[in-house]
Ligand binder design. Structure first.
Ligand code: THU
Ligand code: ZN
Length: 298
């Protein structure tokens, strides 16, 4: 039986409550806290690690009952700080699905300092409970406050009523967004469609420290659109840039190799204190050099 449980399988980046019920009976466990660590090896298979060959998988449970998967992404030819950590992927994935909060995370390796810091952006983050599967059998979920006992975080910089990550209220036409996912080919207006998606996702960016929201939307040759929102950290450096967020949306949305990206539109404010254009240009030159790339100012 133990052998059976260690098997890997193909899992989606978002698992609905009914799918997790099916997985629980398949893996012969009776609770979600037992299920999460069993999915970690399958999550690891989805990582893209051409530099380290160190796949990290993170599996998180949201308060909606949905399970989200996160993996690390590495980009050859770029400085290491362009990399995406599995935990950051997981939080971005949750944001893109409008998940209100994360309760439990099972991850294959101990979360690094940046990830412990980044998770501070969630309300009541000290109560998020984390299990590290490499600690071996018998390891359990422990609160983030055990991993980062004396945090620097949003309360050091923001008033209490400022929305934190996953809390932003957005009015958007979800119908429009659904339509966008279904388009088959762009006709002549790839830039226009990408701009709409990037503007919309920028509305969900988490930028309480700089006020400089941004979003990046990329497209594949079939006309599918993948959009990601910029997310800041109170400690600045662990922030997730719009290019990384779009790469996460691309992988989570079923995108293939990076060469499948044919176009991208970055949306950000004019003359803002924080500017993404230079970094995103460098990212696109290395990751999808043949793609068309436009910048739109809000
Ligand atoms: N990594 C994570 O994904 N999460 C962590 O917190 C630890 C490190 C990734 C980053 C990089 O792709 C590889 O593991 C080696 O550091
Ligand atoms: Zn990390």
């Amino acid at each position: 039986m133990a052998e059976e449980k260690r098997k890997t399988m193909k899992i989606p980046f978002m698992i609905t409550p009914s799918e997790s019920q099916a997985l629980m009976s398949e893996l012969n466990v009776s609770s979600l806290p037992e299920l999460l660590p069993l999915l970690v090896p399958s999550a690891q298979l989805l990582s893209r690690t051409p530099i380290s060959s160190f796949p990290v998988g993170a599996v998180g449970l949201g308060s909606s009952g949905r399970i989200y998967v996160g993996v690390n992404l590495e980009f050859p030819g770029l400085p290491l700080h362009h990399s995406v950590h599995a935990e950051q992927f997981l939080v971005t994935n949750a944001l893109l699905h409008r998940e209100p909060s994360l309760d439990l995370i099972a991850v294959s390796a101990a979360p690094c300092g940046h990830c412990r810091q980044f998770l501070q952006e969630l309300r009541n983050s000290s109560q998020i409970r984390i299990l590290v599967t490499s600690d071996g059998p018998g390891s359990d979920f422990r609160p983030l406050s055990d991993f980062l006992p004396r945090p620097f975080g949003p309360p050091d910089l923001l008033k209490e009523d400022v929305p934190l990550l996953l809390e932003a209220k957005v009015e958007e036409e979800e119908e429009e967004e659904e339509k966008e996912k279904r388009v088959n080919g762009f006709g002549s207006d790839m830039e226009g469609r990408l701009r709409e998606a990037a503007v919309r996702v920028a509305g969900r960016a988490h930028a309480p420290y700089s006020g400089c929201r941004s979003g990046f939307a990329v497209a594949d040759a079939e006309g599918r659109v993948y959009a990601g929102a910029y997310m800041e950290s109170a400690a600045y450096n662990p922030s997730v840039g719009p290019a990384q967020a779009a790469a996460i949306a691309y992988v989570a949305g079923g995108g293939g190799g990076w060469e499948g990206i044919v176009g991208g539109v970055l949306v950000e404010a004019e003359g803002a204190a924080v500017e993404q254009e230079g970094t995103v240009t460098i990212f696109m030159e290395k990751v999808a050099p043949r793609a068309q790339f436009w910048v739109h100012r809000l």
